[in-house]
Design a protein around this ligand. Structure first.
Ligand code: MG
Length: 439
């Protein structure tokens, strides 16, 4: 008998009580004294000026609950309804510990499953389950994900302006506050431009009515030169980022990649819309500027061709849209395998609960690159005690159990969501010929 055959024989003769015994989750499910979900509640609040949908998963243990973020600023009521009427009731009575099982249960609960709204709703419950798991364990979520890979997460802030002098001044001011990474957006005179603040009351009124139009030709003629000028003015010691916000055709995007070479960007974001993602290899071939995309993706598998093709450098990840930490942590691990860094989405429409979920991944993943970090208003900090706040250009992960952020329901009631909702304004952008355009 060879050693291999001997090993086989031993294996066949060895009793396998671990296989014959009930699966652990069955045993836990029979424990009437265990933690059980008793209610799922949602809250709509607007302390940041945009609609936040917050989910609270409550349990039969006094004071033990988990918090989630279901914020979709264009579809808050639809997302909330999905939780209240369909997904939330499926959790009631269940053990919140089995996150993988529950995530799959919720994902498969609708035959025509999927989509960004469905995934936002699913994500809020998923985050709440991770928050609960951390609280039960007495550990921050990043410890549940493997522990620390870094001491802090570099953050990037946003600046904008009408010309290179104004933008450069703001970049240097941000650098003076400790930011190594700054996103720069440049206003195109007389045209709608993504990511820039109105210069005066008249422009603010035009923005609300969306009477200024999007003009790709003017953008391509104006913005790359300003970005190069900003680079000259601020020097090499600060990373500059720019977001094109998927407003161009594939051919126009290739022109942009060539035109921004002199700016030495850290990354160019969303040069292409998700619908045009198959053009990324030729965009990559058009220049050397690192490319970032992904905040609109709700299916983690949508990243796979871009990762396997080495067509992007940064994966933008919006945890609420992606369906929660459960799929996001797997995506981040795949990014690590392919040498692509992560740059999680974090403007003001991601709640502090969502930002805390970002930080759990950022601190624990070797693939992390940079975190977009909004400036939370005082009202938001009042509603969400423990909110992650950048200091010195970076964010620290909370060491509190769970996600480390709480939700003050009474304070939230003081900040009702105003009208009109964001989608009213979002839908009005038009191109120079009057056709409807992606905003
Ligand atoms: Mg963006």
């Amino acid at each position: 008998m060879t050693p291999l055959q001997a090993a086989d024989a031993d294996a066949r003769d060895t009793p396998r009580p671990d296989v014959l015994a009930p699966a652990p989750w069955t045993a836990v499910g029979a424990d009437a004294d265990g933690v059980r979900v008793t209610a799922v509640r949602t809250f709509l609040t607007g302390p940041q000026g945009c609609p936040y949908v917050v989910t609270r998963v409550e349990t039969n243990q006094p004071g033990l609950y988990g918090l989630g973020d279901a914020s979709d600023p264009q579809r808050p009521l639809a997302t909330r309804t999905l939780i209240d009427e369909y997904l939330g009731p499926l959790l009631v009575g269940r053990d919140p510990a089995d996150i993988e099982d529950l995530h799959r249960l919720l994902l498969n609960s609708g035959y025509w499953r999927g989509g960004s709204i469905e995934h936002n709703a699913l994500a809020s419950l998923d985050l709440a389950l991770w928050d609960l798991k951390g609280k039960v364990a007495g550990l921050p979520v990043h410890q549940l994900l493997g522990g620390r890979a870094r001491e802090h997460a570099d953050a990037y802030t946003h600046v904008d302006g009408a010309d290179a002098a104004e933008v450069a001044e703001k970049v240097l001011e941000a650098a003076g506050r400790g930011y190594r990474h700054v996103r720069v957006q440049v206003a195109v005179p007389g045209r709608d431009t993504y990511g820039t603040a109105p210069r005066d009351a008249a422009e603010a009124a035009r923005r609300r009515a969306r009477t200024d139009r999007w003009d790709t030709l003017a953008y391509l003629r104006h913005v790359p030169g300003i970005l190069a000028d900003v680079r000259d003015r601020v020097g090499p010691d600060v990373e500059l980022l720019h977001d094109a916000h998927e407003r161009m055709t594939p051919a126009e995007a290739r022109q942009l990649v060539r035109a921004v070479e002199d700016a030495g960007l850290y990354f160019l974001e969303d040069a292409l819309a998700p619908e045009d993602a198959a053009h990324f290899p030729e965009l990559r071939a058009a220049g050397t500027t690192p490319l970032a995309v992904g905040e609109l993706y709700h299916d983690p598998r949508a990243y796979l061709p871009l990762l396997a093709g080495r067509s992007i450098d940064f994966a933008r990840i919006r945890i609420p849209t992606l369906g929660g930490l459960t799929p996001a942590r797997k995506l981040v691990a795949v990014c690590e395998m392919f040498g692509v860094r992560t740059a999680p989405h974090g403007p003001g429409d991601v709640t502090p609960v969502g930002m805390a979920a970002n930080m759990a991944l950022n601190i624990s993943s070797p693939a992390f690159g940079v975190q977009e970090a909004a400036t939370f208003r005082d009202a938001t900090l009042e509603v969400f005690p423990g909110a992650p706040v950048p200091a010195g250009g970076h964010l620290l992960a909370s060491e509190a159990p769970g996600l480390g952020v709480d939700f003050d329901e009474r304070a939230a009631r003081r900040y009702p969501v105003g009208a009109p909702l964001e989608h009213d304004r979002w839908a009005l952008l038009r191109a120079t010929d009057g056709s409807a355009h992606r905003a």
